[in-house]
Design a protein around this ligand. Structure first.
Ligand SMILES: [Zn+2]
Length: 172
């Protein structure tokens, strides 16, 4: 089982790589986006749908702050990186709002990289409470480290959220 925190670590490494690659491209913040999917079989139709839909939503919301984007498809599954001209802390707050409230966003792992100071912005730095488990509402750290929910239950919920989104019962 791949835990949420393992997923985060993978994305943070990818983000640092992208920030090297993007040197010379002017942007004050880079965000990364992937789906939390608990198995090795991560490059599948569902994760692609999640990333595609979430990308469209963020493009609309970020609008003219968005300077460039790079899509990366690997064994790890689909991921997208966006370079922006914005305040890193405000952006972290906005992304955490999506993670906490949006029907698709709650399965996304969105990291915010301050490309001026070269640091990952954490929830704590932005004054936001820690992330909750989507399934039971308890501390995500607790559920994730204790592997409280089965792979089967998590994947079922990821599927269910996508159906809910498609049916237009948006909770956003
Ligand atoms: Zn839980």
């Amino acid at each position: 089982m791949i835990t949420y925190f393992q997923e985060r670590n993978i994305m943070i490494e990818e983000l640092v790589d992208i920030s090297d690659y993007s040197k010379g491209k002017n942007c004050s913040v880079i965000i990364s986006l992937s789906v939390y999917y608990p198995t090795a079989d991560r490059d599948n139709l569902l994760t692609k749908k999640y990333v595609n839909e979430m990308t469209k939503i963020l493009q609309n919301v970020l609008d003219d702050k968005l300077l460039w984007q790079v899509f990366k498809d690997s064994n790890h599954g689909p991921m997208i990186f966006m370079g922006l001209d914005d305040d890193a802390i405000s952006l972290k707050k906005l992304m955490a709002y999506f993670e906490d409230n949006h029907v698709l966003g709650k399965w996304m792992v969105i990291e915010v990289f301050d490309n001026i100071n070269h640091i990952i912005i954490t929830r704590m730095m932005a004054g936001i409470s820690e992330r909750k488990c989507v399934i039971c509402g308890d501390s995500l750290k607790k559920c994730s480290q204790g592997e409280k929910h089965s792979v089967f239950d998590i994947i079922r919920e990821i599927n269910r959220s996508y159906v809910e989104y498609k049916e237009g019962i948006e909770l956003f």
